[in-house]
Ligand binder design. Structure first.
Ligand SMILES: NC(=O)c1ccc[n+]([C@@H]2O[C@H](COP(=O)([O-])OP(=O)(O)OC[C@H]3O[C@@H](n4cnc5c(N)ncnc54)[C@H](OP(=O)(O)O)[C@@H]3O)[C@@H](O)[C@H]2O)c1
Length: 232
């Protein structure tokens, strides 16, 4: 049996071809630059979104501008609403999210982890996440969640612009995860908003999905595959 990393090296499509075109209920935990960009992109594909804030009333005008498929709620409301959850908070918020919501999050079909640890912003938790690798550390904080790391190393401003490089070529999106069903669903959702998802490895490989590392920035699919093969 080949694992995903070897499948990548052999050029085998490790994630199943998406067959679903269902309208999903998606929650963004955090509705700042990343949550608002990704949520806006998925709204355009016909999905229903709940954007979370610790003060949901501050999102009133934003969700009104997105139409009837958008709403705002607390973190708890948004998790209860969704079958797909996007983590779009400072990494330092994840321990509290885990303590309060890990059981509810573990019931979701997919948890997309966009979060990056920065010691100067996130403190001690960032140092721990960097040492362990942020994919595995997010999993430690959210036991049982079906996590796929994605969108970690491109600018939020580019997340709802259709997945094209500045020269018009297709942009790839490196992803990492352990759960086949979650990977399949993430693949489908990421394709819908214009990116070519490339499974680069298991969740431990998520340590490479951070800004300023070789897989960071905007790349074609071939470039992502070549870079990923050079990493361990
Ligand atoms: N910005 C980028 O270009 C970019 C690109 C890739 C990945 N990332 C990563 O994505 C994550 C989000 O980045 P961002 O730029 O979107 O940040 P942001 O604009 O500062 O938004 C973060 C959101 O998280 C919410 N939040 C903060 N602390 C929270 C807590 N303790 N519990 C619940 N919600 C909390 C805030 O909402 P309320 O205050 O309204 O509750 C805020 O709207 C970060 O981990 C970042 O490293 C960012």
């Amino acid at each position: 049996m080949i694992d995903r990393r070897h499948a990548l090296m052999l050029g085998v499509a490790a994630a199943a071809t998406p067959v679903l075109a269902a309208s999903r209920k998606i929650a963004t935990l955090g509705s700042g630059k990343v949550g608002s960009a990704l949520g806006s992109a998925w709204i355009k594909q016909g999905h229903r979104l709940m954007f979370s804030s610790r003060r949901p009333e501050t999102l009133k005008d934003f969700v009104a501008g997105l139409g009837a498929n958008a709403s705002a709620g607390t973190v708890k409301d948004a998790i209860a609403f969704a079958d797909v959850v996007v983590l779009a908070v400072p990494y330092g918020a994840l321990p509290d999210l885990g303590r309060e919501h890990a059981v509810a999050l573990a019931a979701k079909a997919l948890v997309i982890d966009t979060c990056n640890p920065f010691p100067n912003r996130d403190g001690e938790v960032a140092a721990k996440a960097i040492a362990r690798g942020p994919g595995l550390y997010t999993q430690d904080l959210l036991p049982g969640s079906k996590i796929v790391r994605a969108f970690n190393a491109i600018s939020a401003a580019r997340m709802n612009q259709g997945g094209r490089l500045t020269d018009g070529r297709q942009m790839a999106m490196p992803i990492a995860g352990d759960d086949d069903g979650a990977i399949t669903l993430a693949t489908e959702l990421i394709k819908e908003i214009g990116f070519d998802p490339v499974l680069v490895g298991n969740l431990d490989f998520g340590k490479h999905l951070q800004p300023r590392l070789p897989l960071g920035g905007e790349h074609t699919t071939d470039e992502i595959r070549t870079i990923a093969k050079s990493l361990s």
